[in-house]
Design a protein around this ligand. Structure first.
Ligand code: 5AD
Ligand code: SF4
Length: 476
């Protein structure tokens, strides 16, 4: 059977959570606010987290969220520019919302996030299909932008800040199961990987005040949440200091402070950068049982010439050294995942084989795999030819997906008979008689409901598996 690239089942279920192909949609909120906001979010967890800040800003200004665009006064699309197909989906969706607007001319449509930043005036001038364009650092300004629209003008704010971290805004949790939540710890990226549009759409890197992060984690725990994921484009370069310079906090220290909120609160984080992840971070994970044994450490390629063209600033040997440190300090059962790009500019067949051999050597638990998509304005688009034919990119992508599928299956088979501590997040996709949760390595575990409850930690003995999921029975 040949692998279909769109077949999400070949990816571990976690892939759906991290780089969701489908947008996340706001649910119905009934707090008595009479204006309605419908918000749809695309792309990475950072964007979902931003939508929760947007919702908080809008809520404070008289809006409740709705799950039905036809009931909305304002529709926001929080967009992603990381690959071309992410943008195409948004264009299609905007056309659909403009049909609604023809029926209801009072409807305000806003484009937020990375596409707003990247395409700026194109939306307002050429396309004329949106009323508001707001970049990732402009969300405090949304109520004013809505007023501008009501007064008859188009509204745009794509100013990128060096300071904005929205530290004082308590996010309104969207689509929440009440158990797991995202906490944004920093914004932007200073790394300049040559393929990546993020530094241009999300601006310079800045870290959020440690006290506001710990307070948010504490508040979530007090409200019954059991897991927080600390988010940043490159969490290892988190660096905050107090105004008087006396208090200085790096990522390892932040992780510990959040872990100390309560031993029953699980802590995850994403994304780590191979050049920056320190042994101090690994020892912090080792010391605290509630910091999950799971590291997302994107390699992007296994070949040194390609890594250099990508400006990743590490080589294969350095990367493998970091994997060795993870295995030595945390243990060989630490969950490790990666991002891989196939068919980057001038990648040869041999260089592609180096990526396959790296994957074989590391034996990732999960991988998020993409074919290279040239993004206008990036260093790669300016300096390198996007010269690997689409058919070759796709064939290489299928090869790495197949390799990952067999590794994930083999790894999961090794777990049969073992006991995993699982935090229950909800029902399984297939049945309300079964629950789903994750083990510390971030693998989805499904088991019979019996007397177990959401938000509970359950010891599950593994009896079966697929490539993406472990199955078992709870043991008391
Ligand atoms: N083409 C394909 N994949 C990309 N990514 C980032 N930019 C591109 C691009 N231009 C992938 C990288 C990154 C993940 C979030 O998306 O693997 O780690
Ligand atoms: Fe993009 Fe590289 Fe920054 Fe990740 S670390 S957001 S890939 S520039």
């Amino acid at each position: 059977m040949t692998t279909r690239i769109k077949d999400l089942d070949i990816l571990p279920s976690a892939a759906e959570k991290e780089y969701c192909e489908l947008p996340k949609i706001s649910l119905d909120q009934h707090t008595g606010n009479n204006r309605k906001l419908y918000i749809e979010s695309y792309g990475c967890q950072m964007n979902y987290s931003d939508s929760e800040i947007v919702t908080a800003v809008m809520h404070a200004n008289g809006f409740d969220t709705t799950s039905q665009p036809q009931l909305a006064d304002v529709i926001f699309l929080n967009t992603c520019s990381i690959r071309e197909n992410a943008e195409q989906k948004v264009w299609k969706r905007l056309k659909e919302f403009n049909i609604l607007k023809r029926k209801n001319p009072q409807l305000t449509i806003g484009i937020l996030g990375c596409m707003a930043e990247r395409l700026k005036t194109k939306f307002l001038e050429q396309e004329k299909i949106v009323d508001i364009v707001a970049g990732p650092d402009a969300y405090r300004d949304l109520p004013k932008l809505i007023n501008d629209v009501n007064e008859g003008s188009k509204a745009v704010n794509v100013f990128l800040s060096r300071e904005e971290t929205y530290a004082d805004i308590t996010p309104v949790r969207l689509n929440s199961n009440g158990i797991t939540a995202l906490i944004s710890i920093m914004r932007g990226c200073d790394n300049m990987c040559s393929f990546c549009v993020v530094p241009y759409t999300r601006g310079r890197e800045r870290s959020r005040d440690v006290h506001s992060i710990v307070a948010e984690a504490q508040d979530l725990y007090d409200r019954g949440y059991k897991e927080v994921t600390l988010l940043g484009q490159n969490v290892d370069s988190y660096k905050w200091q107090s105004a008087d310079g006396i208090e200085k906090v790096n990522f390892a220290q932040l992780l510990e402070r959040v872990a100390l909120v309560n031993p029953e609160l699980r802590v995850r984080f994403s994304t780590s950068h191979p050049k920056d992840i320190t042994d101090e971070v690994l020892y912090a994970i080792k010391r605290h049982d509630n910091i999950c044994n799971y590291i997302h450490l994107p390699a992007q390629s296994g070949n040194n010439r390609i890594l250099e063209l990508m400006n990743r600033t590490y080589d294969r040997e350095w990367y493998l050294g970091r994997i060795e440190a993870i295995n030595r300090i945390i243990g060989t059962d630490c969950g490790i995942s990666t991002d891989i790009i196939t068919g980057f500019c001038s990648e040869t067949e041999e260089e592609h084989q180096d990526t396959l051999s790296l994957m074989q050597q590391v034996r990732y638990h999960f991988a998020y795999m993409f074919s290279y998509s040239e993004r206008p304005g990036t260093p790669a688009a300016k300096k390198l030819a996007d010269d690997v034919p689409e058919s070759v990119k796709q064939r290489r992508l299928v090869e790495i997906i197949d390799m990952q599928a067999s590794t994930s299956k083999a790894r999961n088979l090794e777990e049969i008979g073992k006991i995993h501590r699982v935090l229950v997040e909800g029902f399984s996709k297939k049945s309300t008689e079964q629950l789903m949760g994750r083990n510390t390595q971030n693998t989805v575990v499904v088991f019979d409901k019996k007397h177990y409850q959401m938000g509970q930690y359950v010891n599950v003995q593994i009896t079966d598996c697929t490539r993406g999921t472990l199955m078992g029975q709870g043991i008391d």
